[in-house]
Write a protein that binds this ligand. Structure first.
Ligand code: GLU
Ligand code: MG
Length: 453
């Protein structure tokens, strides 16, 4: 027996004795929507070696489950890929007893990496950074709206205000308790949970981890939240903007870049040091293109409203909550290693593996090219007039698919990192979504996608 089969056989015994009947293997599509296959526990040794057969069309699934043939190399319904579970991440699900969860990588039928797979792209990006002496830490904040179920799919916030109040928590405390318990059992480290600003909105933050783990965790956390909510008859919207009437769900992503055990983002109250400044400058230079990957949907662009802490204008600031790039300080109390950069233009409609690949690529390019960031901005440029913004070099981030696509295609760093296959499929579904949305009211589009992530 090979090493993998042997490990999988050991896992089968463990899972069986924990009462697990099936393993759900999950990947994220180009809309950030998790997709999956479930196999009986007994077949884990086999699928760990040769994978589970999956159609190639998922690369070109749009947000409505429409299939967008015509992306380069993806012209027909023919083809098969193998979905291989990551045995290191097989997790019995506390909230779905009887099932375990694992992230999967899609490989070509000859066992080589599949040019449309996103998870192996991030793995390769992390390995390439390691060859150059870098490691990264990534932590997601995840906002979502908790709703009572409604027959028409509407939103009925599950608790009343005030925002951030412990009193509102009383109305959903059974759900919150199960969520915290299940998350711990599922190996997720929750930094904190709080009621957020919007009606029915809750946020959890996940502990920082290496990039691939952080992306996997983000998918596992969704499953964990949904299972806890289902037990209490609640519905969850992870959508970037569940409705024009409510606050957006930002999935702010915090990153720090390390070399020789040193956090390059460490610095002082003015900002990071030289290398960390390069990282910030690299992100700022490519921010419109980056946002096209990290906040890529019609709901994402609708979320980018000035004054909502969503990061509508392209600038950076030190602890500025309105900045799409917020430098988070280390301090005497927290330690220099706490320093990081938060990207606010990030949400559930991003494929987390593509998003982190783009983010790290742009940031590290800034370090290696020795870029220097402009002075940080402490105010909200959304409150300035156009002339003041122009004088400070601050522009609104693109709020249309065409604008995002133009920015993305003008960014060789991200297009090279993604490669023509992934980029072509990604753009095909973005265009299809935009065409569909253009014929509808934004509120109707948001309603249609409210429960899809
Ligand atoms: N809900 C805001 C967003 O759309 C973020 C609020 C906050 O800063 O926590 O990203
Ligand atoms: Mg928040």
């Amino acid at each position: 027996m090979g090493d993998t089969a042997e490990r999988a056989a050991g896992l089968v015994e463990e899972l069986r004795s924990a009462g697990v009947a099936g393993v759900t293997v999950v990947w994220a599509d180009n809309n950030g929507i998790p997709r999956s296959r479930t196999v009986p526990v007994a077949s884990l040794p086999q699928v760990a070696g040769t994978g589970i057969g999956v159609s190639t069309v998922f690369a070109i699934f749009d947000t409505n489950d429409g299939i967008q043939y015509g992306a380069p190399g993806r012209e027909t319904p023919s083809g098969d890929v193998r979905l291989v579970p990551d045995l290191d991440r097989v997790t019995p699900l506390a909230g779905q007893p009887g099932l375990a969860w694992a992230p999967g990588t899609q490989v070509a039928v000859d066992g080589t990496p599949w040019a449309w797979d996103q998870r192996s792209l991030l793995t390769g990006t992390v390995d390439a950074l390691a060859d150059r002496g870098y490691t990264a830490l990534v932590g997601y904040e995840m906002e979502f709206v908790v709703s009572a179920p409604t027959p028409d799919g509407g939103l009925v916030p599950a608790y009343g205000g005030p925002a951030y109040s412990p009193h509102g928590l009383l109305e959903i405390d059974a759900f919150a308790t199960d969520l915290l318990r299940d998350a711990e059992a599922n190996g997720l480290r929750i930094g904190q949970l709080h009621l957020e600003y919007g009606p029915g909105q809750v946020e959890i933050s996940l502990g920082a981890a290496d990039p691939v783990r952080a992306a996997d965790d983000q998918l596992l956390a969704r499953q964990t939240v949904l299972a806890a909510a289902a037990r209490h008859g609640l519905r969850i919207s992870f959508a970037p903007l569940p409705s024009l009437q409510v606050a957006g769900n930002g999935w702010h992503v915090h990153t720090s870049l390390w070399r020789d055990g040193v956090n390059l983002l460490a610095g002082g109250p003015e900002g990071p040091g030289t290398a960390g400044g390069g990282y910030v400058a690299g992100l700022l230079r490519d921010l419109p293109a980056l946002a096209a990957v990290t906040a890529p949907s019609v709901g994402s662009t609708a979320r980018l409203r000035p004054g909502f802490f969503a990061g509508a204008y392209g600038f950076w600031g030190v602890e500025n909550r309105e900045a799409p790039l917020r430098y988070v300080l280390g301090s005497e109390m927290l330690g220099a290693d706490h320093a990081n950069v938060e990207l606010k233009v990030s949400d559930a409609s991003a494929n987390p593996y593509l998003a982190l690949t783009a983010l790290l690529t742009c940031g590290v390019a800034g370090v290696e090219e020795g870029l220097r960031p402009p002075a940080p901005i402490g105010e909200d440029p959304g409150t300035w007039d156009e002339a003041a913004r122009a004088a400070a070099g601050v522009e609104a981030l693109p709020t249309t698919q065409a604008g995002q696509e133009a920015a993305l295609l003008a960014c060789p760093r991200i297009t090279d990192a993604l490669g023509p296959e992934r980029l072509g499929a990604f753009l095909a579904v973005r265009r299809a979504d935009a065409t569909w949305a253009a014929e509808r009211d934004t509120e109707d589009v948001l309603a249609a996608w409210r429960w899809r992530y």
